[in-house]
Design a protein around this ligand. Structure first.
Ligand code: CA
Length: 232
């Protein structure tokens, strides 16, 4: 059982989501606009959030950005109204863990959400790993998911963490797009698909977070990605 926050201004959809997820045994809190969502997030702790992007008062992207400042590891599934790639990219850039485009089936939503919740509850994936690539040392920490660049900690979402862990394990080697998607799917219960073009968004986001590290995530055209010391 998880405590979930559903943020959706469409009453019919909100009620449908609520009924479905309560049926699945979860405890549900509701918010019909972005302002109420922020208040609920401030006042209570949640295990996951279903967040519509098109919301009155405070839009979903702003809610997501503000939520991420304080709760970097909270699983967030974003609902986008259009099949527009801009919405998805903006949502992923703002820190969503996954997204669904309306209309979607409630079963699909439940499956995706379960996958996010299971991933969030994974025990620490082994001891913290270090990777020496360049003069600086990166150190990964799994609880909470973050990376240390020297003395600075940078918070990561779960998928960013898995991606970076894979790249660090293979520093100087090419990691294929399929390897990354397989690693995401290999996490117990993660049956949610990741579109191949979404991977670029995650890589882009990770590059920005690692901007102060003397490292590059190089795009190896047609093959995949490689972590290497910058300036090499
Ligand atoms: Ca809406």
């Amino acid at each position: 059982m998880a405590h979930l926050l559903i943020v959706e201004d469409d009453e019919l959809l909100r009620d449908g989501l609520s009924a479905q997820l309560m049926q699945a045994g979860h405890r549900i809190s509701l918010a019909e606009d972005g302002q109420i969502a922020l208040e609920r997030l401030e006042a209570q702790s949640f295990d996951g959030v279903v967040l519509d992007l098109g919301l009155p008062k405070v839009d979903g992207l702003s809610v997501l950005r503000r939520l991420r400042e304080r709760l970097p590891a909270l699983p967030v599934l974003v609902l986008t109204a259009r099949d527009g790639v801009e919405d998805r990219v903006a949502g992923l850039n703002a820190g969503a863990d996954d997204y669904l485009t309306k209309p979607f089936s409630l079963d699909e939503l439940q499956a995706r959400l379960q996958a996010l919740l299971r991933r969030a509850n994974l025990p620490a994936a082994g001891a913290p790993r270090t990777a020496s690539a360049g003069a600086e040392t990166l150190r990964l920490e799994s609880h909470p998911p973050r990376v240390w660049i020297g003395q600075d900690a940078v918070d990561l979402t779960l998928r960013e963490w898995t991606l970076l862990e894979l790249l660090m394990r293979h520093t100087g080697q090419v990691v294929s797009r399929e390897d990354v998607i397989t690693a995401w799917q290999a996490e117990p219960g993660d049956s949610s698909g990741v579109a191949s073009n979404a991977l670029e968004v995650y890589v882009h986001r990770l590059r920005r977070k690692l901007a102060s590290a003397p490292l590059n995530i190089r795009n190896i055209r047609g093959l995949g990605y490689m972590l290497e010391a910058s300036g090499v």
